[in-house]
Design a binder for this molecule. Structure first.
Ligand code: FMN
Length: 383
């Protein structure tokens, strides 16, 4: 009965969103809508009653989706990707929307206004967004102070990036900036993500270079934390680049990878719109195949061989994101090797009920394949 009511509720939401709300929202500047949605979400999260009502409208739970990964309990594998809740304003409402976890940020050492506007565009035919925010956020001091006071119901990842400024372009200055932000969150949140793949920041993505990454991770090793650390990778890396990053990561305190960030490459057959800006990275369906290829490659290279490697006696954990719009998209990433998935663009095109739709769909797909828990499906198509 619970399953049926949830499915009917979700179908009604979808119809209302697609036919009434989305056509109106999509007439308005995307950054304005993004800001308004965050304000509404923050307001709803402040009050117990509003959180409960939101839960009735959006939440879904099922034991088959629960997992413990790196000592963290996840009620379901669907999380919010970094970049939607830049200043950690939504941590109180996200559990009611049905998310199993969420990542806040990217957060930088210093506050950052981001790049000049306009810096967010919808690519409707491509079911994607063009993003040129440039790491707009309130900075590590303000955000850590705010988060310290809050009770966090679901695992919250802290996504750290390098401040978007000329001052952090030199490698040593960049490392100091990462370390400053990192130290502020030692005991806040469930895991760290080190974002080395922002396509929109001053000086490019220097820490995808293995020599510079080695220096950065050596510095991070010296900061005590018992929280797992993920590296967020670009979908535009060559296999050779990825190999070098994996090699360096094995020597340091890296527990896994987030695959993937936005793509800068405009030669992508899934781009169906004419792109106005030369700047910016593309999300959604345009990045989906690239993200899947990266998940598959990293899983094969590390997790499969690691499982047999007595010395490391473990494996890297992969969080897959890029173009997750429905349960089948999420399941594909999981079967390629992702233990968890995240999304942003899917929620914008499909509305927030998509989170419980995906979770409910995953339960059905697991049953179809004869699995009793989501963890059994991880990497099933990539052994
Ligand atoms: C509006 C927007 C802002 C983003 N900002 C960040 C960010 O600050 N840090 C980050 O690591 N990724 C950021 N991303 C990238 C997403 O986390 C994700 O990697 C990418 O959008 C692909 O997922 P999707 O197709 O589900 O949106 C942003 C994406 C969007 C759409």
């Amino acid at each position: 009965m619970y399953e049926l009511i949830t499915a009917l509720r979700n179908r009604t939401h979808k119809l209302l969103y697609k036919n009434i709300l989305q056509p109106v929202l999509f007439q308005i500047d995307p950054e304005i809508i993004h800001d308004r949605m965050v304000t509404i979400g923050q307001f709803l999260g402040k009050f117990y009653v509003l959180r409960q009502i939101t839960s009735l409208f959006f939440n879904y739970s099922n034991k088959n989706l629960e997992q413990e990964i790196l000592g963290i309990k996840f009620n379901n594998p669907v999380g919010l990707g970094a970049g939607f809740d830049k200043n950690a304003q939504l941590t109180q409402i996200l559990p009611s929307l049905g998310f199993g976890f969420a990542e806040v940020g990217s957060i930088t050492g210093k506050p950052c206004k981001g790049n000049p506007k306009p810096r967010l565009w919808r690519l409707k035919k491509s079911k994607s967004l063009l993003v040129y925010y440039g790491l707009k956020n309130d900075g590590s001091d303000a955000i850590s102070k705010k988060l310290k006071k809050l009770r966090l119901e679901i695992p919250i990842g802290i996504n750290i990036a390098k401040t978007n400024s000329k001052d952090t372009v030199k490698v040593d200055a960049g490392i100091r900036d990462y370390a400053k932000a990192f130290k502020k969150f030692i005991s806040i949140g469930a895991y760290f993500t080190i974002n080395i793949s922002c396509p929109n920041a001053y000086g490019g993505q220097p820490f995808t270079d293995s020599v510079k990454l080695e220096k950065l991770l050596t510095r991070i090793d010296k900061i005590y934390t018992n929280k797992p650390i993920f590296l967020k990778l670009s979908p535009d890396l060559t296999n050779n680049d990825v190999d070098k990053i994996l090699e360096v990561s094995e020597k340091h305190r890296v527990n896994g990878f987030i695959c993937a960030n936005l793509t800068k490459n405009r030669n992508n057959s899934r781009i169906k719109d004419s792109i106005i800006s030369k700047e910016g990275g593309v999300s959604g369906k345009v990045v989906e195949d690239l993200s899947n290829d990266l998940i598959s490659y990293v899983y094969k290279k590390t997790c499969v061989s690691h499982a047999q490697n007595k010395k490391t006696n473990g494996k890297f954990v992969i969080i897959g994101l890029g173009g997750v719009f429905k349960a089948e998209d999420a399941y594909k990433k999981i079967k390629l090797g992702a233990s968890l998935v995240q999304l942003i663009t899917g929620m914008i095109y499909e509305s927030p009920q998509v989170i419980s739709e995906i979770n409910q769909g995953l339960v059905k797909l697991l049953v179809k394949d004869g699995y009793s828990n989501i963890s059994q499906a991880i990497g099933a198509d990539n052994k």
